[in-house]
Design a protein around this ligand. Structure first.
Ligand code: GRG
Length: 289
């Protein structure tokens, strides 16, 4: 994990515009939002999926950076006063606090645009059709039927009660879609997988995407702000429906572990090349931050 995280840090450093390049304040803030922080779970999943399809690491680093830029943009916008209004992210002041709201808005916009620019201008797949599929996949994951749609449902749901299927639907979009795209893009950087293998890999990604959110809810309740690098205990204070509020802590943890086992089951038959994907499913569920 450490090796990939370091490789990702240096790739992002190279792929983001320099802090001195005009407009310097915007570029500096884009770098502030993206560099030095975060677990890099989506890049790790992208690389691990690329091991299944024997993808070249030069391709994987660009695809993983594009996904991480979309993720970083979503965190910047999510933290703004018009959404979650949070002063702390990745252990430092959020972008609108360190800079200002207009800059935070533009940082998100520009990171999203840069992600798609990278997917369009680098050679990342075996043919143009496959590369277009990568662009489409990430666009769907980020858009109104993916992450942005999930965020809209989340904002509407605050202070309301949701059923378990409604909560699951929201998180499949808000958190799950981008995680699923990270896995799909990693695989698409390499040799084609068979139809059944692609379906199994996608099922794995759905399981870890949901498990990630269940554990996020548990940690919001159990861990401290210092450990998480973001404000803990907010879900309950804001009256947000979560897996913990619906199921209680013990059953939420059990659900996360069931999803971890389902993720492992989806990878049966993949053998040694799926070792990192299995380890990441374990990390996502057993992490403490
Ligand atoms: C603003 C369009 C738009 C979407 C925002 C991702 C998101 C949607 C909001 C973030 C709020 C949140 C706490 C979501 C729960 C899961 C999640 C994405 C947590 C943060 O991801 P990590 O833990 O963060 O991977 P790091 O900092 O490690 O990269």
């Amino acid at each position: 994990m450490g090796t990939i995280q370091e490789r990702m840090e240096s790739a992002l450093d190279r792929l983001l515009p320099g802090a001195q390049v005009a407009p310097a304040r915007l570029h500096e803030a884009m770098r502030y939002a993206t560099l030095e922080g975060g677990k890099r779970v989506r890049p790790l999943l992208c690389y691990a999926a690329g091991e299944l399809s024997r993808a070249a690491s030069e391709r994987l680093e660009v695809a993983a950076a594009a996904v991480e830029m979309i993720h970083a943009y979503s965190l910047v916008h999510d933290d703004m006063p018009c959404m979650d209004d949070d002063p702390l992210r990745r252990g430092k002041p959020t972008v609108h606090v360190e800079y200002d709201q207009a800059t935070a808005l533009l940082v998100g916009d520009a990171l999203q645009a840069l992600a798609f620019q990278l997917l369009a201008e680098r050679s990342l797949a075996r043919d143009a059709q496959t590369q277009l599929e990568m662009v489409r996949n990430l666009a769907m994951a980020a858009g109104s039927r993916g992450m942005a749609g999930g965020q809209a449902i989340d904002l509407q749901a605050t202070g309301q009660s949701l059923t378990l299927p409604e909560l699951e639907y929201m998180h499949i979009l808000k958190t799950g879609a981008l995680i699923r795209a990270a896995v799909a893009l990693g695989a698409l950087c390499g040799e084609p997988l068979g139809g059944e293998q692609s379906e199994r890999l996608d099922h794995y990604a759905k399981c870890v995407g949901l498990a990630f959110q269940v554990v996020d809810d548990v940690l919001d309740c159990e861990a401290s702000s210092a450990t998480l690098g973001k404000t803990a205990g907010k879900d309950a204070r804001q009256g947000k429906p979560t897996y913990v509020s619906l199921l209680g802590l013990a059953r939420a943890r059990e659900l996360a572990d069931q999803l971890r086992r389902d993720a492992h089951a989806a990878l049966e038959g993949f053998g040694e090349p799926a070792r990192r994907l299995r380890q990441l499913a374990d990390f996502i569920v057993l992490r403490k931050f």
